[in-house]
Design a protein around this ligand. Structure first.
Ligand code: COA
Ligand code: AMP
Length: 631
């Protein structure tokens, strides 16, 4: 326990006196101009936190930590089993590098509010680039390295970014993946003109640089003058992070400086129980929200040491990799996706490799990114005998909506539950008409407005999509897109999405986007993509395809071609490897494809014939191919 107040006290105070509660949390930061106004309702029915405060997030994460005496403490520990590289980077060193990077970006014409795309593997330079943008008040948009050129192009266009920062390659277990050709293809495809591309050359692969546009990271950094942090309004955007929506176009979730810094600082203590000087490891990637919040900003704003791991839970070199890192760096809390532990369990079922390491510093394991299935929870409990903490959140919220609050007092965990809502989140379970449902009954999980600091301030360049996607359906609430229930004790159980988003190995993907790609194949008349359960990755996509009349293509051939298309247009991370040719897709009389019923079939569940179905016979044909029984 690290907080002096109780969970119940803080939960109630955040509910009844949100301004007082969050003003107190904000006072823990060294603002350039402390906010006088804490919460301001907007004309659009949404809210802004700390609108008259001024600060710089990178300054708080670095310079302020050095000033507080943490200059020689490791800010980042870089550990890369795929290259053998290891480096401890102190707060002082990181501050110097970030100040220089900000100088380099300023030389390239980047200023406050300008967007910079960062497409990098898990190397320290990715963190330096993020913080370098933040130091200038520029807006970073990190794109996960597993995304294909087309996805990168879409993001360049949406963000209208003039500068891209990348590396010559990423390294995946034993494969070197050249990034630069992908970046070149994306820049060519984008309608927006990228003026500069800064490239970190890695030993494993040298990228070709184009004279007028490309710069070598090391040279540019060496020539740059360090610059001071630029104070910005608390409501200025710190970053855009694209995430999958229900359509093919990803949504740019915008996070502000002020609310985000307050939420990061508070959540490191309240959710994770971390104190300055502690070593925290989020085994994720800077391309995801977990990486933004808990590899970079949360730990650094809290004076912790953060581990940056360029490896996998298995095969780099074995299923003991996580435990080696925990032992070597005295990690106090490890955060990873359940899929990572399922991969470890598969290769090391008795956790024998873990026993080879001294894990005495490791106090807790945190899991999120997908539902923590009870068998994985039980395996972790059995072999690690430490609190196993499931917590639920989303790219949009930036920090945990519900958790077993380690910074207060841990509650009795219930397998399958993320425990209680964190202070600031008012959670309701509503039916489709917006009426609350009783305890134990599943419905739409909605969050009453205002959301606490740190949650999205909007969708980049698209206020309408923000309103339509999150605020319109249940007036006065934020629609999470997740379904679940509260039990009699107020424990939250999150069961899955209510929309067409699937979760593959903790990666959030849009089936609508995959359908657009499949639909571009010349043989495909119509298609639907659904998520089917997978033991390791949670879910995998399955394509159901109706062929055009007269097309004679064998299913394996079609499947290989569709898989290649998804790889080319979305990326290998989509793991799209299965397609079935079907005669027709089940639809309502108004022509809407009944995806839910296909999901039930593919999961082997029983299903009912919906009254709105156009042709009930179609379900029998499909059940023969997919499985499932009529209820
Ligand atoms: N850059 C480029 N390609 C990437 C990539 C990256 N950063 N990450 C994944 N890929 C590629 C892989 O190389 C692989 O390509 P392949 O089909 O050509 O081999 C494909 O995407 C699928 O990768 P992955 O999902 O990592 O599958 P895997 O079978 O290699 O590993 C796990 C399985 C479970 C070990 C792995 O998925 C994992 O570590 N998951 C945890 C992810 C996570 O932390 N998610 C939570 C984010 S909060
Ligand atoms: P992302 O925005 O990529 O972080 O994905 C967020 C989605 O992942 C949520 O909307 C949930 O569907 C799912 N998710 C994340 N954490 C959990 C959890 N602890 N339990 C259940 N689902 C989760």
């Amino acid at each position: 326990m690290t907080r002096t107040s109780t969970y119940q006290h803080d939960y109630l105070q955040a509910l009844e006196q949100p301004e007082m509660f969050w003003a107190e949390q904000a006072a823990a930061l060294n603002w350039q101009t402390p906010p006088k106004t804490i919460l301001e309702p907007g004309a659009d029915g949404y809210y802004r936190w700390f609108p008259d405060g001024r600060l710089n997030t990178a300054w708080l994460a670095l310079d302020a930590q050095v000033a507080a005496g943490r200059g020689e403490q490791a800010a980042l520990i870089y550990d890369s089993p795929v290259t053998g590289a290891r480096e401890h980077i102190s707060y002082r060193q990181l501050t110097e590098r970030v100040a220089r990077c900000a100088g380099m970006l300023r030389e390239l014409g980047v200023g406050r509010g300008d967007r910079v795309i960062i497409y990098m593997p898990m190397v320290p330079e990715a963190v330096v680039a993020m913080l370098g943008c933040a130091r200038l008040g520029a807006v970073h948009c990190v794109v996960f390295g597993g995304f294909a050129a087309h996805e990168l192009a879409v993001r360049i266009d949406d963000a209208q970014a003039d500068v891209v920062i990348t590396a010559s390659c990423g390294i995946e277990v034993d494969k070197v993946l050249a990034y630069k050709p992908l970046v070149d293809a994306a820049i060519t495809e984008a309608r927006h003109t990228v003026k500069h591309c800064v490239v970190l050359q890695r030993l494993q692969c040298q990228a070709e640089l184009y004279q007028d546009r490309d710069l070598d990271w090391r040279q540019a950094m060496a020539n740059a003058e360090p610059v001071e942090a630029v104070a910005v309004a608390a409501t200025d955007p710190l970053y855009i992070l694209y995430t999958s929506g229900t359509t093919g176009k990803p949504k740019g979730v915008v996070r502000d400086h002020g609310g985000h810094a307050v939420a990061m600082r508070y959540s490191m203590e309240a959710v994770y129980g971390m104190q300055p000087g502690d070593v925290f490891w989020a085994a994720s990637d800077v391309g995801w929200v977990v990486g933004h919040s808990y590899i970079v900003y949360g730990p650094l704003l809290s004076g912790c040491t953060s581990v940056l791991y360029e490896g996998k839970p298995v095969r780099t070199p074995d299923a003991g990799g996580f435990w080696r890192v925990c032992a070597e760096y005295k990690v106090k809390a490890l955060f990873a996706a359940p899929t990572a532990f399922r991969a470890i369990r598969k290769e090391d079922p008795e956790a024998d490799l873990a026993k080879q390491y001294d894990l005495s510093h490791l106090q807790r394991l945190f899991l999120a990114g997908e539902r923590l299935d009870p068998p994985t929870w039980a395996w972790l409990e059995q072999h690690f005998q430490r609190p196993i903490i499931d917590h639920w959140w989303q790219t949009e919220t930036g920090w945990a909506i519900a958790a077993n609050p380690a910074g207060y007092e841990l509650q009795q965990a219930k397998p399958g539950s993320a425990t209680w809502p964190m202070p600031g989140f008012q959670l309701s379970v509503l039916d489709d008409e917006g009426q609350p449902v009783p305890a134990g009954v599943q419905g739409n999980i909605a969050l009453k407005l205002p959301l606490p600091p740190g949650c999205l301030s909007g969708i980049w360049g698209n206020p309408q999509r923000f309103r339509d996607g999150y605020l319109s359906h249940f007036p006065g609430f934020y629609q999470s897109g997740d379904a679940g229930y509260l039990d009699e004790d107020g424990y939250v159980f999150v069961m899955g999405r209510t929309d067409d988003i699937i979760n593959v190995a903790g990666h959030r993907l849009s089936t609508g986007e995959m359908e657009e790609v499949l639909g571009s194949h010349p043989a495909v008349a119509e298609c639907a993509v659904i998520g089917v359960p997978d033991e390791l990755k949670g879910e995998l996509p399955l394509g159901l395809v109706v062929l055009k009349n007269g097309v004679e293509l064998q299913e394996p051939q079609l499947c290989a071609e569709l898989s290649a298309l998804v790889r080319r247009d979305i990326g290998a991370l989509a793991c799209f490897n299965r397609a079935l040719v079907v005669k027709r897709l089940p639809k309502t009389r108004s022509g809407k494809i009944l995806r839910r019923i296909m999901r039930q079939m593919a999961a082997g569940h029983s299903f009912q014939t919906p009254s709105t179905i156009d042709d009930p016979a179609c379900l029998d044909e499909l059940a023969n191919q997919l499985g499932g029984n009529r209820a």
